[in-house]
Structure formats: structure tokens, C-alpha cells
Design a protein around this ligand. Structure first.
Ligand code: NAD
Ligand code: G6P
Ligand code: MN
Ligand code: MN
Length: 435
């Protein structure tokens, strides 16, 4: 039987993960699941852990769900370790959003200064987890879902020297699920190819005859006046048609923060100043409601309300990755993994988010080819930015952090940015031992 360990087990997304594993039980015979959390998340862990137990009982499969605050006890002999933790919980995310916005800069979970600080808090923790894995489960796969998923995964490879890692995101999954309908197709009809970085990738699409339909999708979205596949947490400002025609690719939902920076910033400022509050403040409400539902001893399936979270359907990526690794399925999955030439515009050894085929030896990238000049430039800047953030996260070097701020297109470098940086360093001091 298979042993799965989930770090950040108290997450409200855990029922999704359980549902995904239950649905794939015939492919992955799970024997035990260990949900790991820390003192701060103990109450959440107990509530969602009981919910997970009810889901497995209802499924009729004999699976033990263990709840623990002892990570090392859990990791012993694990086959798969999934990570979905949030250092500092939503209170820290609210600061990542509010502090930059108070200086007129984007405040977002994985983008701009807030996203950079989420990486600074998270990378030291993931590197500790990797050290424990080397000792306690050296053959396990690490399936990382913790954001910023691309930088966290790259840090595992580059600084943790751990190659059995796959970074995940639901954005490609929901694009593949929701776009085909716009051109009268089903997901089974179409072939997708993705390339870029996490929350910064583009894709192209072909139909069952091998004809490229990327342009048909671009036209259909234009007619609809919206972009299907945009995650629930992202304000759907349309991309400029002329730019899409030039690049001949479909950007990901998060690209709006760059191609429509002004409108996205205006929207974030407006929400932050209104009754609605920032996204994290909205999520706090949804999370409270979800945990009230999870307390119901009769609830034994994933509730509808979870779809309000931007990460809905992530379990399709996470569980399909586990199933493909375990059962050698060779499925097309979009993952953060080592470039290996998939994107010739970036070095071989950096982490990229691309189409792969996943089998027992891990993901094999599907070459995407060179990008158009504009997108190549954006991508190279963002990769350099990520590398500076990872260096700062590992060393506590403020020079590297200022470099990252300079490179990041959502941050105007200078004295205001330095103030934002200093305020964030103080606000998150507890979680930034490296500084
Ligand atoms: P959350 O705030 O509910 O946190 C999940 C749990 O992590 C909490 O119970 C918390 O106590 C725990 N935790 C914090 N520090 C920990 C540590 N050091 N060790 C173990 N557990 C720890 O978060 P959430 O909203 O459920 O999101 C979880 C993570 O998944 C976040 O990093 C989020 O950004 C990410 N996420 C990723 C995607 C994706 O597409 N990759 C989608 C949704 C969420
Ligand atoms: C998206 C992303 C995730 C992100 C989430 C935010 O779908 O892919 O990486 O964490 O949404 O959702 P939330 O509901 O927390 O704002
Ligand atoms: Mn994501
Ligand atoms: Mn900048």
C-alpha cells in the first residue's frame, strides 16, 4: 500500500485532495494518509481531518487518516509527500496584499512584492522539509502545491538538490476544462501545449485533425467578452486582441497583472478600499464558512462552496501526477520541472512550467520551441527575478531582494519600493529568520 503525507493538512483544500485520491483508488492503492500541520493550524487540522476520515469511510476503502503536528513521524517511509502549507496563514497574505497597495503597488498572493515575500517565508520551510525527506523517505516524490509554486519548486531543485519534485497549479487544468466549449469542442477533442513559468505561461491548442485552433479560441473569447478558464480569484480584464494576434498564444489568467497592469492595480485598490476587502480578506470569509460546513458530522463529500476558491480543481493535477508516477500512465500534465530544452530561450537547468508526459521515471518535458520576441523578453526577466528571490530567501541578502524588486515589472524600483520592502520585512519578521 501507498503512504501519502500532506504537509499543511489543515488546508480547506484537503477534501479536494481526498476526493481526487478516492476517485483514483483503483490506480493508487492508498494505505495511509498523514495530514501534518503546526500548532497554529491545529484546530483546522482536527476539523478537516475528521472530514477526511468521513470521506474515506463513505468511499468504502480501508484507509487510515493520521493527524499529527510531528512532521518527522509522518515522513518516515512516505511514498508521496504533498505540500500545501501557508507560512503565517491568511493573516500574512493580508499583509502581502495590503502593504504594497498602501504605497500604490500591486498587492497579490503570488505577484509583485507580496508574492516575493511569500517566497521568502516559504523557501526556508520547504528546504527543511527536503532535509527531513533525505533522511526519512529518500525515495519519495515531492508534489509541491505551495505558492509561489514555481519559485518554491526551483528552490527545492537548486538549493535542496532534490530532483524528485513536481510543482503544480490548477490554472492549466481549468484552462483545458473550460476553453474547448467556446469553439464547440470537448476537452477530449483538443491537444494542449503549455510553456512558461508558474502563473506566467502561455499555451497553444490543436484539434483532433491536427489543425491549430489557438486563433479560433482567441476569436471566440473576443466574441464572448470574457476569458473562460480564468480562476475565481482573478478579475477578468480582457487581453488586447492585437497583442494576442501578434503572439499567437493564449496567456494564462495571471498574465493580466502584466499586460493590463494599470486596470488590475486599479481593481485591487478599489476592492481593498471597499467593503469587499482584498482577496485574502474575501477568502477568510469563504474559509470560515467551509470550516463551519466541515464541522457537520454528516458531511462526507466535498462541498460545492469550495469552488469559490481560486485553487479549485488542483487535486486533478496533484492526484493525476501521483497516479501517473505510481502507475506509469504517461499522462499529459502541466508541471513545474527542469527545463531540459523545452523552452530554448531559458537555460537547461532552470525550473519551467510546461507540458510533460508523466510516467514512473518522472515528468518528461514536451519541447515547446522558441517564443516570440516580446514574450521571450518578459519570460527571461521573470526568470531572473525568480532567481534573485530564491537567492534572497536562502541567504537573506538584501541586495538580491532589491535586484528582484528592480526586475519585477509590478514594482517601480526606488525609495518607495525600499520602504515597501522594509515594512514587509518588519511585518513578517517572525517568519523570516534569514534576514
Ligand atoms: P491555509 O492558510 O489554509 O494554510 C494551510 C495550512 O498550512 C494551515 O493549516 C497552516 O497551519 C499550515 N502551515 C503553515 N505553516 C506550516 C508549516 N511550517 N508546516 C506545516 N503546515 C504549516 O492555506 P490554503 O489557502 O489552503 O493554501 C495552501 C497553500 O497552497 C498556499 O501556499 C497557497 O498559495 C497554495 N495554493 C496553491 C495553488 C496552486 O495552484 N499551486 C492553489 C491554491 C492554493
Ligand atoms: C489560483 C492559483 C493558486 C492560488 C489560488 C488563489 O487558482 O492557481 O495558485 O493560490 O488561485 O485562490 P484564493 O481563493 O486563495 O484567492
Ligand atoms: Mn497556481
Ligand atoms: Mn521593477
Amino acid at each position: 500500500g501507498v503512504k501519502i503525507v500532506t504537509i499543511g493538512g489543515g488546508s480547506s483544500y484537503t477534501p479536494e485532495l481526498m476526493e481526487g485520491l478516492i476517485n483514483r483508488y483503483d490506480q493508487v492503492p492508498v494505505r495511509e494518509i498523514w495530514l501534518v500541520d503546526i500548532e497554529e493550524g491545529k484546530e483546522k487540522l482536527e476539523i478537516v481531518g475528521e472530514m477526511a476520515r468521513r470521506m474515506w469511510n463513505a468511499s468504502g476503502h480501508d484507509v487510515q487518516v493520521h493527524l499529527t503536528l510531528d512532521r518527522r513521524e509522518a515522513l518516515k517511509d512516505a511514498d508521496f509527500v504533498t505540500t500545501q502549507f501557508r507560512v503565517g496563514l491568511l493573516a500574512a497574505r493580508i499583509k502581502d496584499e495590503r502593504i504594497p497597495l498602501s504605497y500604490g503597488m500591486a498587492g497579490q498572493e503570488t505577484n509583485g512584492a507580496g508574492g516575493i515575500f511569500k517566497a521568502l517565508r516559504t523557501i526556508p520551510v520547504i528546504l527543511d522539509i527536503v532535509e527531513d525527506m533525505k533522511e526519512l523517505c529518500p525515495d519519495a516524490w515531492l508534489v509541491n502545491f505551495t505558492n509561489p509554486s514555481g519559485m518554491v519548486t526551483e528552490a527545492v531543485m537548486k538549493y535542496g538538490h532534490w530532483d524528485k519534485v513536481a510543482g503544480l497549479c490548477n490554472v492549466p487544468v481549468i484552462a483545458m476544462m473550460s476553453e474547448p466549449e467556446a469553439i464547440g469542442k470537448t476537452p477530449e477533442d483538443l491537444t494542449y501545449r503549455f510553456a512558461g513559468l508558474n502563473h506566467f505561461h502561455w499555451h497553444r491548442v490543436w484539434d483532433e485533425t491536427g489543425r491549430e485552433v489557438t486563433r479560433d479560441l482567441i476569436e471566440a473569447f473576443d466574441r464572448l467578452g470574457r476569458t473562460p478558464g480564468t480562476p475565481a480569484n482573478i478579475f477578468d480584464v480582457p487581453f488586447y486582441r492585437e497583442q494576442l494576434d501578434l503572439m499567437d498564444m493564449i496567456p494564462c489568467g495571471y498574465h493580466r497583472y502584466y499586460y493590463r497592469q494599470q486596470e488590475m492595480l486599479e481593481h485591487m485598490l478599489e476592492e481593498a478600499q471597499s467593503q469587499a476587502g482584498t482577496r485574502a480578506e474575501q477568502v477568510k470569509q469563504t474559509e470560515d464558512e467551509l470550516f463551519e460546513l466541515y464541522k457537520d458530522p454528516n458531511l462526507d463529500h466535498k462541498p460545492e462552496q469550495l469552488a469559490r476558491r481560486g485553487g479549485a480543481h488542483y487535486s486533478d493535477a496533484a492526484c493525476e501526477t501521483i497516479a501517473s508516477l505510481y502507475a506509469d500512465k504517461n499522462t499529459h500534465i502541466v508541471l513545474t520541472t527542469r527545463n531540459n530544452g523545452a523552452i530554448p530561450d531559458l537555460p537547461e537547468d532552470v525550473a519551467v512550467e510546461v507540458s510533460t508526459l508523466v510516467g514512473k521515471d518522472g515528468p518528461k518535458v514536451i519541447p515547446f520551441g522558441a517564443l516570440p520576441a516580446g514574450e521571450r523578453g518578459l519570460l527571461q526577466v521573470m526568470k531572473a527575478m525568480e532567481q534573485c528571490v530564491e537567492e534572497a530567501a536562502v541567504t537573506g541578502n538584501v541586495g538580491a531582494l532589491l535586484e528582484a524588486f528592480t526586475l519585477n515589472p509590478l514594482i517601480t524600483a526606488g525609495e518607495t519600493a525600499r520602504q515597501v520592502m522594509n515594512e514587509l520585512l518588519v511585518a513578517h519578521e517572525r517568519y523570516l529568520p534569514q534576514f
